[in-house]
Write a protein that binds this ligand. Structure first.
Ligand code: M6R
Length: 608
């Protein structure tokens, strides 16, 4: 979603800001802009469309060593140049970039218009520069502080003043900001990716903190004026920018990175000789594990699907009552939070507003919540304080692929660890651990020979509607496959538990509605194959994802896609999801879609 970048230092700001904005592109946006401070004036350039359009509009030799950049994902107001950031006050002396939503913008706007202020955009953000101007009496920090006291909602903002070259003011409430310290230069960004190429030394702002940046450093206080100190952290190697390499798209590259990302996630955590696993980040004693009353996973989209697999594993391996829930629903239903339960917040970006909101709700109600997060140092990881990193490395494509398999793997490791302490014998634990450790090689083998994906693509590309189904953990894989096909190929499709089809959705089946069935060799295989027969009897053409060596499944498939066999049914999602990722990618290509940045979507969904 929206991205913020600011620079103060000796170098020309424009090229740095444009480079940083390119690194924010993966988050999804529809317009971009720059503000440069030079010669006592602020120059703003904004363009709808990609950062390259903005770069074409900015003079490469533009002077100015203090500046702000922004990528906007429209919330209030259409995608127009006028609505793009930065926004200016009436005198064009104060420029603001903003992520988040100002909830009382209508009331503030009415008040300011009553005082003669003329607005130039439809955005909630524009109230900020006008409000800051209203409170400005020569001290930029105090003006921003006073304005923010009048504001309700969420924000990460960065502000520059024509009267104060070499100064940027930034503040955070609910939208992440990170300060970066270089050699005689200082950065501010909403995402450490934007500055990882310039510096690795950072300080993360907490909510209701405000900072005054200069080339020499920063002064950080709370909005109420109280002093704060934060230690400088060093960005993880994982944040080093990844390019597409030999691949045409980040999505395809990330699909092919899965053997390696899974190895990183599992390495040192599964200990077959003990029949168990260790996740130091959970910081739980065996006694604490033994007294967990249940496990609840919250997350959104793909992360929620990973949670569904994870909770099935918690139930089966650890005999713990477990369920997964979409974070946006959980946070607003006044949930019962059992203090003996363990909540897990699953997120790739660690910035998803609904998941972060759910974490805070759990904490408010006295619950214990830990993160299962990819982005190191992200808001959810920091808010939880404890948890595990899934170590899939930077995921740039909007469609999540390698993060899903790493999230599932991390949750399976957690289930093994809890299981071993609670109900699982050493031998069963050892077998499960071995099966997990075998997965990266099996993924590698599958990706080298992925089967008849092209045939599946031909069938699905022409379909008006596609069904996905499975049972048990394969139902989560079906949901994930359908989500991928929707977001990457824009194909209408639906995932349903296989046996539920006959309770209604089967009415939609005819020869024009292909069905993708996920049928690994598990206890539900025979029943799912019966469900496949039911849709075939009504004319559906079927694509079956099944284990290698299954002799029955191919007979019920128009297109049969075998994946390597694993002993443990709970591990099968790590393999059965692979063809569904490839199918979504290839259908997207066949239909000419924008694979890495599908329409209307953002990588990191920081609004609720
Ligand atoms: O960063 P998160 O894992 O918290 O993001 C959650 C969802 O927004 C995300 O998984 C989304 O559904 C992806 N685009 C799916 O490919």
């Amino acid at each position: 979603m929206c991205g913020i970048l600011g620079y103060v230092g000796p170098r020309a700001a424009a090229p740095l800001l444009l480079e940083g904005l390119r690194r924010l592109e993966y988050r999804g946006y529809d317009s971009a802009g720059l503000a440069l401070l030079h010669g006592g004036a602020v120059t703003v350039t904004r363009r709808i469309g990609p950062v390259t359009s903005l770069a074409e509009a900015v003079d490469p030799a533009a002077a100015g060593t203090t500046g702000l950049g922004h990528t906007r994902w429209a919330t209030h107001g259409r995608v127009t140049e006028a609505n793009a950031h930065p926004h200016l006050d009436g005198a064009e002396r104060i420029a603001v970039v903003h992520n988040g939503i100002i909830e009382n913008h209508a009331a503030i706007r009415a008040l300011l218009e009553g005082e003669g202020v003329r607005f130039r955009s439809d955005t909630d953000t524009e109230v900020l520069p006008h409000l800051i101007r209203k409170f400005y009496q020569g001290d930029p920090l105090e003006a921003v502080r006073a304005a923010l006291h009048a504001v309700q909602g969420t924000y990460g903002i960065a502000v520059l003043f024509a009267d104060h070259p070499g100064v940027v003011i930034a503040a955070r409430n609910g939208s992440p900001l990170v300060v970066g310290k270089g050699d005689g230069e200082t950065f501010i960004a909403s995402d450490p990716q934007a500055i990882a190429g310039f510096t690795r030394h950072v300080v993360y702002l907490e909510d209701r903190e405000i900072v005054r940046l200069t080339a020499e450093g920063w002064e950080l206080t709370r909005l109420d004026g109280a002093a704060v100190t934060h230690t400088v952290e060093v960005l993880a190697e994982e944040l080093v920018w990844s390019d597409k390499g030999e691949f045409h798209h980040h999505m395809l590259k990330e699909i092919h990175e899965q053997p390696e990302s899974l190895r990183r996630c599992l390495s040192g955590r599964v200990v077959p000789e003990e029949g168990g696993a260790r996740l130091g980040g959970f910081d739980l004693t065996n006694r604490e594990i033994a007294t967990i009353s249940r496990v609840a996973v919250v997350g959104c989209g793909t992360s929620y699907h990973a949670g569904v697999v994870g909770t099935a594993a918690m139930e089966q391996l650890a005999r713990l009552p477990a369920y997964a829930e979409v974070a946006s629903e959980f946070r607003y239903r006044n949930p019962v939070v059992d203090p003996h339960a363990l909540f897990l917040a699953v997120s790739q970006s660690g910035e998803t507003a609904d998941t972060l909101g759910a974490v805070r709700e759990i904490q408010l109600k006295g619950g214990r919540v830990m993160g299962v997060v990819n982005a190191v140092g992200s808001s959810i990881a920091r808010q939880c304080g404890r948890g595990v990193y899934v170590h899939s490395g930077p995921e740039i494509a909007v469609a999540s692929t390698k993060a899903f398999t790493s999230q599932v793997a991390a949750l399976l490791v957690a289930a093994l660890m809890f299981g071993r302490t609670r109900h699982l014998g050493a031998e069963e634990g050892r077998r499960f651990g071995e099966d997990l450790l075998a997965v990266p090689k099996l993924v590698e083998a599958y990706l080298a020979h992925p089967g008849p994906i092209a045939q599946a693509v031909e069938l699905l590309s022409e379909a008006p509607f596609v069904f996905f189904f499975g049972r048990g953990v394969s139902q989560a894989v079906a949901m994930e496959g359908a989500l991928k096909l929707k977001e990457v190929a824009y194909l209408p499709c639906m995932a349903y538990p296989a046996a539920e089809m006959k309770h209604g959705p089967i009415a939609l089946i005819d020869a024009s509605t292909p069905v993708v069935a996920v049928v690994p060799t598990d206890g539900m295989r025979a029943k799912t194959l019966s469900n496949v027969q039911e849709v075939r009897a009504r004319g559906a053409r079927t694509i079956l994802v099944h284990a290698e060596g299954d002799e029955d499944a191919p007979a019920l498939a128009d297109i049969s896609i075998p994946v390597p066999r694993t002993r443990s049914a709970l591990v099968s999602p790590l393999l059965t999801v692979l063809p569904l990722q490839l199918i979504a990618y290839q259908v997207g290509i066949a239909l000419g879609r924008n694979i890495d940045r599908p329409r209307n979507l953002a990588k990191s969904v920081t609004v609720e």
